[in-house]
Design a protein around this ligand. Structure first.
Ligand SMILES: [Zn+2]
Length: 195
């Protein structure tokens, strides 16, 4: 099951572990930085819901002048990307269908790409907000870890995966999961009974 459907704790643990500087993050600081990123995604979802009440995703993206392009690359594993310079979200339809939908068919109630694509649009919308909404800003900039000490100098590096935690949190708080899954879904707990 994709971490999108697991509990918040499992999602944060998995994503943080993938960070290149994970081993430099003090164990005692992991929860605080994960919670920070999670709450940021949640607050950003609230903000966009308030600004565009009841609006469908495609309308929100067009209001924000975000272009959406669908590509059909075969073996390409990335589901979606946001290109800051041209304000464009690229969705890889084949990858989403072959790797995401098929791997989560026990959870999803639909295989309609037009319904499922909003998960990826929401994820990338958060990355847009990090770049273009100064109130939100880049999540990974807020927490830096010291990776080296040479003489008296510390090298401080941002924890990139915090932006991913924020994007997953945004998606989970923004998208209506009742369209996507028949199971009970809670933004914090995930699918009922998920680890
Ligand atoms: Zn992302």
């Amino acid at each position: 099951m994709n971490i999108l459907f697991t509990s918040k704790e499992e999602l944060c643990r998995c994503l943080l572990k993938r960070d290149m500087v994970y081993r430099y993050i003090p164990v005692s600081g992991r929860k605080e930085m994960s919670d920070y990123a999670w709450n940021k995604g949640k607050q950003a979802a609230r903000k966009i819901k308030d600004r565009f009440p009841e609006a469908p995703m495609d309308k929100i993206l067009s209001e924000l002048s975000i272009n959406v392009r669908i590509c059909e690359q075969g073996a390409y594993q990335i589901f979606s990307e946001f290109y800051q310079n041209r304000k464009e979200i690229v969705l890889n339809r084949n990858s989403i269908r072959d790797n995401f939908i098929s791997a989560n068919n026990e959870v999803l109630r639909t295989d309609d790409f037009n319904v499922i694509k909003q998960l990826f649009q929401a994820h990338e919308l958060f990355h847009y907000l990090e770049c273009f909404d100064s109130e939100i800003g880049l999540t990974y900039h807020q927490h830096k870890v010291s990776v080296k000490k040479i003489w008296k100098f510390n090298y401080l590096v941002g924890v990139l995966m915090l932006s991913e935690i924020g994007a997953y949190s945004f998606t989970r708080h923004f998208v209506d999961f009742t369209e996507l899954t028949a199971a009970f879904f809670d933004a914090e707990k995930g699918i009922s009974g998920a680890v």
